[in-house]
Design a protein around this ligand. Sequence first.
Ligand code: UDP
Ligand code: MG
Length: 160
Amino acid sequence: TSSIQTQWTMAMERSYIMIKPDGVQRGLVGEIISRFEKRGYKLAAMKLKQADEDLLKEHYRDLASKPFFPKLMGYMLSGPVVCMCWEGKDVVAQGRKMLGATNPLESAPGTIRGDFSLDVGRNICHGSDSVDSGKRESELWFSPAEIVDNESALKDWIYE
Ligand code: UDP
Ligand code: MG
């Protein structure tokens, strides 16, 4: 890659987006992937995984003292999750908007949570809340070799 291409790639954010066990069981995997694809974001990594307690404790380390933490762990351990790393312009903030509010009853229609969920403990998806956590979470759930740095053929049709 040329230095200009490298700079372009480096400028791009990454967000860790995860479809939680309820989203997987309810058959919402394709729908959620589709929304990120259609928006113009590029998939950099993806896998189906049964998470374990250690991984989830690290992922949700800031929430360990919250009263809902044990229930959250049970929820997240209840089945496989789809782990994804999405890349592109402002993907962290835009991804949070696409997901909707933490409480689905406060999520606008048109958002993923607002369209497909009702309870905070069954809100079907996760999205990184900052550029730093996008990097941290992507590197927690994926090994370096699992994150692919290919150039999208649509790049010039999505970015001016
Ligand atoms: N959660 C919950 N009860 C609460 C707050 C959060 O069960 O009162 C769960 C919910 O599934 C949420 C996750 O814990 O998505 C992580 O909480 P956070 O505050 O990070 O919300 P998010 O970033 O997912 O919107
Ligand atoms: Mg969060």
